[in-house]
Design a protein around this ligand. Sequence first.
Ligand SMILES: [Zn+2]
Ligand SMILES: [Zn+2]
Length: 207
Amino acid sequence: MNYEIIVVGSFEVNCVVLWKDPRAAWVIDPGADPEVILDFLHKHEMGVALYFLTHGHIDHVSALDALLAAHPAPVHLHAGDVSFAFSSLNRFPPYFSVPARPASLVPTPVDAPPLTAGGITADRLHTPGHTPGCQCLWFKEDKLLLSGDTLFAGSVGRTDLPGGCGKTLQLSLRRLTALPADTLVIPGHGPTTTLAIEKRDNPYLAE
Ligand SMILES: [Zn+2]
Ligand SMILES: [Zn+2]
């Protein structure tokens, strides 16, 4: 599996493009700068099989509209974040206005089966805490985890925003640290890391 991390927007979100077949790429967290993401897709003659939002926060969803216009595909977001994500609460002036709810939205139910498209399969791990509908993508074969705003290198997602809960986040983090230590982690912001490094150095993961 191939992937590219494209850092987008004022909040420096890691938008990740994953593919085996370039005609059926996955686009994770298209948060801003649609022209940059579109340029990458165009250069590599890619099509989009699906969009996946690790959670509904505005900085992770704001390029969707423009991308969908060029590359229509299903948009996956956990059901727990759907009502918030497309409401007037989800904006951050002057950077972001309220996103439109995509016609191709597929809310992820609780206990969702693995997501499969374009020859790629990932488990969807529901990891609430930063928001009620946070999900991580776990690519077992590649030992790759896209951790969204649940786990960062040296830190974790804040829980003081609406819908956040510190105790719930702790349970979610335990779920992630149970994965193999040599798992590569691409967080929603900041540098990549591994679970081994985080278990050793991340103060929020201390028992
Ligand atoms: Zn967030
Ligand atoms: Zn974020």
